[in-house]
Structure formats: structure tokens, C-alpha cells
Design a binder for this molecule. Structure first.
Ligand SMILES: Cc1cc2nc3c(=O)[nH]c(=O)nc-3n(C[C@H](O)[C@H](O)[C@H](O)COP(=O)(O)OP(=O)(O)OC[C@H]3O[C@@H](n4cnc5c(N)ncnc54)[C@H](O)[C@@H]3O)c2cc1C
Ligand SMILES: *[C@@H]1O[C@H](CO)[C@@H](O)[C@H](O)[C@H]1NC(C)=O
Ligand SMILES: *[C@@H]1O[C@H](CO)[C@@H](O)[C@H](O)[C@H]1NC(C)=O
Ligand SMILES: *[C@@H]1O[C@H](CO)[C@@H](O)[C@H](O)[C@H]1NC(C)=O
Ligand SMILES: *[C@@H]1O[C@H](CO)[C@@H](O)[C@H](O)[C@H]1NC(C)=O
Ligand SMILES: *[C@@H]1O[C@H](CO)[C@@H](O)[C@H](O)[C@H]1NC(C)=O
Ligand SMILES: *[C@@H]1O[C@H](CO)[C@@H](O)[C@H](O)[C@H]1NC(C)=O
Ligand SMILES: *[C@@H]1O[C@H](CO)[C@@H](O)[C@H](O)[C@H]1NC(C)=O
Ligand SMILES: *[C@@H]1O[C@H](CO)[C@@H](O)[C@H](O)[C@H]1NC(C)=O
Ligand SMILES: *[C@@H]1O[C@H](CO)[C@@H](O)[C@H](O)[C@H]1NC(C)=O
Ligand SMILES: *[C@@H]1O[C@H](CO)[C@@H](O)[C@H](O)[C@H]1NC(C)=O
Ligand SMILES: *[C@@H]1O[C@H](CO)[C@@H](O)[C@H](O)[C@H]1NC(C)=O
Ligand SMILES: *[C@@H]1O[C@H](CO)[C@@H](O)[C@H](O)[C@H]1NC(C)=O
Length: 589
């Protein structure tokens, strides 16, 4: 045998040795029904076995075929609440589907009884978690049987990481307890460190938590989704967590004082700045479920002052007046922020909207009104710009503002965040974190970048969620990208497609969204800017740098220690480089 051939054989063998795959349903070594039944006895709730996709009752070939059940599920297919509470549902339908062999394998809701209902990325087993032991038993079972374990909370994640091909699911949504206290002491902390906090279970949602906080005359810095279904206790803080209250109180990770978590080796630990500080650092921005399964999160709570809200809308009659409107806003952006305003500033169809809040009534910062008025009068002077809304309203507290604009918006103003607020869509998103320097120095170039974004892209919400307390945070205190500390606004876009789109059409839509973000990135490349891990671009190449900047090497080293068997690997998650996109086979050492 020639040396060259020998070498080739060795290489081929090495490649085969490294092709290490998780065990999927249908594989000979996948647990048998008896093994599952014996495992189920260890759980506090019935095991959901052989789980089918939500649309299964609509298909004749499915064992679940039932036209009445089909009608019932079809009626709820766009409901965030329904999708959050279903172990086989997530908010974005495309992540229930599998793109394989150049086709989209899906299980549609429409009455197409003869169509095949594919399992797609829907987990075939769900563990309906209600205890720590449920998580520990599942982790041990999944490790023993080499299963593709995924973790779903309320299902809003934008890259489908909570589901997966051939997966088994820890379903966290039903964990809904909470406790407010005025005297929280982190475990292991020196005495005298008590603070006002709320400790929530993984599944608690922001809409619920805002209302509870208000009843306790406190506020919690949290995420904003119309309807309030975004989870507060897992994906949001693990990814960083931005809030319209962040300029006053910091990012989600700046407000977390403690997590209770089950690690990949099934140990249950309570972590904070005093216990497992490296783990605590990694959890605050390293992304779910990279470092374990969170059961409880303790957030600082804050005072509950009234808020002054400003609503503004202006329509431009031509491209050039629209450009001047956006450029003018960019120039005023930082002084508006510095005087205490936070909020959203979506623009679409030649119209710029402002949905801003400032603390206090009158505003605590006495310059807040004049900085905003200065922008408004400059915008009024632009030929072709017509201001159609300019109003200030006082709300008794944050919840009052949130409820009247994002839950029951009948009394809201300006950009209507509840219109078209549906789950059950097929979407792709992208984002870029814009540093304040870009608004100071590149207002014109930034407006040119805005002008390039087609009005048809979904634009909710370009968010003024940085500066202030976010900028005061130590960039190395948590795993989130240090770019967050110089970010002032977060730019998000999204696009959607229909159920009959082809793989090529979907790819073109993803490419379009990716392309629209590149001019922003050019103004603030990594490490100056970055991408929010909870608003991730499917096509992002340098996801390590974009999500974490210089923190990635430390995260990777910790991941290898805490999850040496790659139990919780997710697409574009820490240490996922050597796995295929489905996180089923490890293709490199
Ligand atoms: C309408 C809408 C509005 C949004 N608004 C905001 C906003 O204002 N601010 C903001 O910062 N973000 C916002 N987001 C993004 C949001 O933070 C993420 O989608 C987040 O991941 C949602 O978490 P979830 O609880 O719904 O969890 P899921 O989508 O179920 O899970 C999120 C991720 O965490 C993992 N995970 C789930 N449970 C656990 C657990 N218990 N332990 C460990 N890992 C777990 C999952 O595997 C997944 O990777 C919004 C998203 C949507 C769709
Ligand atoms: C059930 O739990 C017991 C006790 O922890 C454990 O020994 C056993 O292996 C578990 N069974 C299965 C099938 O996971
Ligand atoms: C793709 O096609 C190959 C070859 O026909 C087949 O073995 C494989 O199972 C298919 N993959 C999926 C996910 O359908
Ligand atoms: C999960 O368990 C909860 C109790 O914690 C129960 O109310 C719910 O119906 C269960 N869901 C499923 C899908 O079994
Ligand atoms: C609620 O808190 C605010 C300050 O955060 C305080 O001014 C107000 O008096 C409190 N209201 C009640 C009813 O205690
Ligand atoms: C009030 O706003 C001005 C900018 O208009 C800012 O310089 C100042 O720091 C703000 N004061 C407080 C207390 O935030
Ligand atoms: C803000 O400024 C406008 C315009 O000068 C004025 O009409 C309004 O009363 C001011 N509002 C407050 C709360 O000071
Ligand atoms: C400006 O907007 C208002 C309110 O929508 C409308 O009535 C008015 O006609 C508009 N004016 C111009 C010049 O477009
Ligand atoms: C929403 O608010 C309107 C106006 O205050 C009220 O009439 C309506 O009943 C509210 N709807 C709900 C569901 O609370
Ligand atoms: C916003 O849209 C909702 C319907 O989604 C409607 O009930 C509400 O009245 C609208 N609010 C405003 C301010 O237009
Ligand atoms: C952005 O601003 C910086 C500093 O003023 C300048 O050097 C750079 O050329 C600007 N970039 C663009 C694209 O305008
Ligand atoms: C997809 O469905 C839409 C209606 O929802 C239809 O207008 C369009 O022609 C369909 N496209 C293809 C490629 O079948
Ligand atoms: C589990 O992992 C953690 C973090 O790596 C480690 O500190 C702990 O000792 C491990 N526990 C066991 C029982 O191996």
C-alpha cells in the first residue's frame, strides 16, 4: 500500500470517527417505549410521548386526524398565548418546519387533508417540567441515551433554538411562581446586603410580571411585546435582555441578582456574584440554554414613578423630505436620550413615529421637554414634512403606559403596536446595535442607510434602549457583548413569507434582510457594534464576534468545562462550530 493511500485511509477513518451524531427517533438505539415508560415514572407530570405537530389533526394520514380538532387549532394558529402554552408550538412557524433535501417539510393548518404532515423540528417527547428533579432526571436520561435535548420556555426565540430535528424537549412554560420581597439576600452573601427584588420561575411572562410589579408599587426592567407573552425568566435575561427601562435601570443582566439552574451534569446550583461567579457571568448574556436550565431568576425591582409619554408622527411627501426627516432625527437622537427619553422610533412608508417615555410627571429631568421640542420644531421646518401627531400624556406608572399601548391599545396613540401582532408567522429577523458615536458623527450616513430599507420590511421596533445606566455598566461584568455599553439604539428588521414559499424564495428573503443590515454594520463593525443574540440573523457569519465580542473566548472555555459532552449545543450557540446546522452530528473534533 502506498504511503499516500495509507494517509488517505487514515484521514477517512479520522473523519468517520469524528462523525458523532445524537440518537434520533427511528435510530436502533433510541429508547424503546418501555424505556420511556420507565423514565416517565420518575417525572412529576405525565410524559408527552410521540408528540405530533399542532397541525396534525388537519391531515388524513395522521393518527390524530380530526376535522373538528383541526378547526380548533387553526383558529388559534396566530395566538402568541396559545403558542407559548403549547409544548408542540412556538411563535414562529418556520422553526416548527424542517428544510431538508431542498424542500420544506411542514404540517400546515389549512385544510389540506391529503398533504403529508411532517414532524419537522417539533420534539417528539416533551417533559412538562414542574420540579427541579424533572429537569435532573431528563438530563441524566438524555445523557445516557445521547438524545437531542432542547429547552422551550415561551417560544419567542427568533432562530428556533428551542426546537430541533429529532429532539426531546424540556417544556418550562408551566413554571409560573413568583415572590416579591423587600429583603432579598443572595445565597452566600455577607449579611447586610438585602435589596428589593422579585424571584420568578422560568415561565413567567412580561405582561404578567408588569402587572404584578405595579400591584406591589414597584417596576421591573423588562421586554416589550404586544400582548405581554415574551418570557421574563429565561431566554430574555440569558440573552442580555433589553428594556425601554434600560436607560434608567440597565440591561436585564444588570438587574439579575441570582439564578437557580440545573447544569449539564444534572447538579442543581444557586449562582450569583458570590457562588459560582464564572457561571453567573456566563449565564448573563451567554444565551439559553448554553450553560444549563434556569428554574428561577431574581431581578432587582425599582420604584414606581409616573411616566410622561410623548407620541409623535410625521409624514414626508417625498424621498428627499423623508431623508431630511430621518437625518434630523438622527442628529437629535442622543440629546433626546440624554435628557431622559427612552422608547421606540419605528419608521415605515415615509412616516417616522416616536413612542417615548420619560420618568416623572413633570419629567424628572427638566430639560426633557426642550430637547424633544427642539427636534419637533426642526422637523416641522422641513419642506414636505407634515406632523400628524404630537401629544404628551401622563401615565400613573409604567404598567399604565404599557397596558394602554401594548395590551389594550384602544386608548393608545401613534404607531399601533398591537396591529398585526401575531405569532404563527414564518419570519426571519436581523438587528444591529448602533453606538452613540454613529448618531453624533454619522447622522447623514445613517439616514442613507435607513433610506435603503424597504418599507415592506417589518420594522417594529427600532429601540432607544441604551445609554444611561446601560452605558454605566462595567463592560466585563457580564457575558453580553461589551458593545452594549456604547450602544444607544438597537435596530431591528424582519421579513416574512407564506407557507407555499420555496426553499429558494425563503433563502432570498433571508438574504434581503441580511443585506439591509450591512450598511449599519459598516458604520459600526465588530467590536464597536454587534448583534443582539435574541434578535439573531440566520445568515450572520461572525456570530461569535457579533453576539459577544471579546467575551467569546472566555465563554467558550467555560462552556467546555460546564458542558463537556455538548448536551446543550444550539445553532450558533457557544461551542457549536463543530456541529452541523441541525445540531445532530458533530462533524469536526
Ligand atoms: C414579540 C417579541 C417581542 C420581543 N421583545 C423583546 C424586548 O423588548 N427586549 C428583548 O430583549 N427581547 C425581546 N424579544 C426577544 C426575546 O427576548 C427572545 O425571543 C427570548 O428568547 C424569548 O424568551 P422565551 O421565554 O419566549 O423563550 P424561548 O423562545 O422558549 O427560549 C429562548 C431561548 O432560551 C432557551 N431556554 C428556554 N427556557 C430556558 C431555561 N429555562 N433555561 C435555559 N434556557 C432556556 C431556549 O432553548 C431558547 O434558546 C422579543 C421577541 C418577540 C418575538
Ligand atoms: C429513575 O430515577 C432513579 C433514581 O434517580 C434512577 O436510578 C433511574 O435510572 C431513573 N430511571 C430512568 C429510566 O431514567
Ligand atoms: C433526505 O434524503 C435522503 C436520501 O433520500 C434521505 O436518506 C434522508 O432521510 C432525507 N432527509 C430528510 C430529513 O428527510
Ligand atoms: C403540564 O403540567 C401542568 C401542571 O404543572 C398542567 O396544568 C398541564 O396541563 C400539563 N400540560 C401538558 C401538556 O401535559
Ligand atoms: C408608589 O411609589 C412611588 C414612588 O416610587 C411613591 O411616590 C408612591 O407614593 C407609592 N404609592 C403608594 C400607593 O404607596
Ligand atoms: C438631564 O438632561 C441633560 C441633557 O439635556 C443631561 O445632561 C443631564 O445629565 C440630565 N440629568 C439627569 C439627572 O439625568
Ligand atoms: C413642552 O413644551 C411645549 C412647547 O414649548 C409646551 O407647549 C408644553 O407645555 C411643554 N410641556 C411641559 C410638560 O412642560
Ligand atoms: C397633514 O396631516 C393632516 C392629518 O393627517 C391632514 O389633515 C393634512 O391634510 C396634512 N397636510 C398636508 C399638507 O399634507
Ligand atoms: C379596552 O379599553 C377600552 C376603553 O377603555 C374598554 O372599553 C374595553 O373594555 C377594554 N377592553 C378590555 C378587553 O379590557
Ligand atoms: C390598535 O389596533 C387595535 C387592534 O389591533 C385596536 O383595537 C386599537 O383601537 C388600535 N389603537 C389605536 C390607537 O389605533
Ligand atoms: C463617520 O464619522 C467618522 C468621524 O467623523 C468619519 O471619519 C467617517 O468617515 C464617517 N463615515 C461615514 C460613512 O460617513
Ligand atoms: C402561494 O399562495 C399564494 C396565496 O396564498 C398565491 O397567491 C401564490 O401564487 C402561491 N405561490 C405559489 C408559488 O404557489
Ligand atoms: C457539575 O458541574 C459543575 C460546573 O462545572 C461543577 O462545579 C460540579 O462539581 C459538577 N458536579 C458534579 C457532581 O460533577
Amino acid at each position: 500500500m502506498s504511503t499516500r493511500l495509507l494517509l488517505l485511509l487514515l484521514l477517512v477513518n479520522a473523519a468517520i470517527a469524528w462523525q458523532k451524531c445524537k440518537t434520533l427517533p427511528g435510530d436502533p438505539s433510541f429508547p424503546s417505549p418501555d424505556t420511556w415508560a420507565s423514565f416517565a415514572k420518575n417525572l412529576s407530570q405525565p410524559l408527552v410521548s410521540n408528540q405530533l405537530p399542532l397541525g396534525a389533526p388537519c391531515h388524513k394520514t395522521s393518527p390524530a386526524y380530526d376535522p373538528q380538532a383541526c378547526a380548533a387549532v387553526t383558529a388559534q394558529q396566530f395566538s402568541h398565548t396559545f403558542l407559548a402554552a403549547s409544548p408542540n408550538g412556538i411563535q414562529w412557524t418556520n422553526y416548527m418546519e424542517l428544510v431538508a433535501n431542498d424542500t420544506v417539510q411542514q404540517c400546515v393548518f389549512d385544510p389540506q387533508p391529503d398533504a403529508t404532515c411532517y414532524q419537522g423540528r417539533v420534539p417528539s417527547y416533551s417533559i412538562n417540567v414542574s420540579t427541579v428533579a424533572d429537569v435532573q432526571h431528563t438530563i441524566r436520561f438524555a445523557t445516557t441515551h445521547n438524545l437531542h435535548l432542547v429547552v422551550k420556555n415561551n417560544g419567542h426565540e427568533n432562530l428556533g433554538r428551542m426546537f430541533g430535528y429529532g429532539s426531546v424537549e424540556l417544556f418550562m412554560h408551566n413554571l409560573q411562581d413568583y415572590t416579591f420581597t423587600d429583603s432579598f439576600v443572595p445565597e452566600g452573601a455577607p449579611s447586610g446586603t438585602a435589596g428589593q427584588t422579585v424571584t420568578i420561575d422560568s415561565g413567567v411572562q412580561w405582561g404578567t410580571l408588569y402587572s404584578l410589579a405595579s400591584q406591589n408599587n414597584r417596576t421591573v426592567a423588562g421586554g416589550i411585546g404586544a400582548g405581554g407573552t415574551v418570557g421574563a425568566g429565561a431566554g430574555w435575561p440569558l440573552g442580555g435582555g433589553h428594556s425601554i427601562l434600560s436607560p434608567y435601570y440597565g440591561l436585564g443582566v444588570d438587574n439579575v441578582l441570582q439564578f437557580s439552574v440545573v447544569l449539564p451534569n444534572a447538579s442543581f446550583v444557586v449562582t450569583n456574584q458570590y457562588q459560582y461567579p464564572d457561571l453567573f457571568w456566563a449565564l448573563r448574556g451567554g444565551g439559553g440554554p448554553n450553560f444549563g436550565v434556569v428554574l428561577k431568576t431574581t431581578f432587582r425591582t425599582h420604584p414606581n414613578p409616573p411616566y410622561t409619554a410623548a407620541f409623535y408622527a410625521a409624514t414626508a411627501s417625498s424621498n428627499s423630505s423623508y431623508f431630511q426627516l430621518l437625518e434630523t432625527f438622527n442628529k437629535h437622537h442622543n440629546s433626546i436620550a440624554d435628557s431622559g427619553w427612552a422608547g421606540f422610533w419605528p419608521f415605515q412608508d415615509q412616516t417616522l413615529y416616536l413612542t417615548l417615555i420619560a420618568q416623572g410627571a413633570p419629567t424628572f429631568n427638566t430639560t426633557a421637554n426642550s430637547t424633544l421640542q427642539s427636534f419637533i420644531s426642526d422637523s416641522a421646518a422641513i419642506p414636505g414634512v407634515n406632523i400628524t401627531l404630537n401629544k404628551q400624556i401622563v401615565y400613573s406608572d409604567f404598567e399604565d403606559w404599557y397596558y394602554n399601548n401594548f395590551i389594550n391599545s384602544t386608548n393608545g396613540f401613534g404607531f399601533n403596536y398591537t396591529v398585526g401582532d401575531a405569532g404563527g408567522l414564518r419570519i426571519t429577523v436581523s438587528s444591529w446595535l448602533i453606538p452613540r458615536d454613529v448618531f453624533d458623527n454619522n447622522a447623514t450616513a445613517l439616514a442613507e442607510a435607513w433610506m435603503g430599507i424597504p418599507a415592506s420590511l417589518l420594522i417594529c421596533c427600532h429601540s432607544l434602549v441604551g445609554g444611561g445606566a446601560v452605558a454605566q455598566g462595567d463592560p466585563d461584568s457580564a457575558a453580553v457583548t461589551p458593545a452594549w455599553r456604547t450602544t444607544i439604539s438597537d435596530m431591528t428588521i424582519a421579513n416574512a413569507w407564506a407557507e407555499n414559499a420555496t426553499v429558494a424564495e425563503i433563502q432570498a428573503i433571508k438574504q434581503g434582510v441580511y443585506d439591509q443590515i450591512q450598511p449599519l454594520r459598516a458604520l459600526a463593525p465588530v467590536p464597536l457594534g454587534g448583534q443582539y443574540i435574541n434578535e439573531p440573523d440566520d445568515l450572520e457569519v461572525d456570530w461569535q464576534g457579533a453576539y459577544w465580542g471579546r467575551h467569546y473566548p472566555r465563554l467558550l472555555a467555560l462552556k467546555k468545562i460546564i458542558d463537556p459532552n455538548d448536551l446543550f449545543i444550539v445553532y450558533k450557540g457557544v461551542n457549536s462550530e463543530s456541529w452541523d446546522a441541525n445540531v445532530v452530528c458533530k462533524t469536526l473534533p
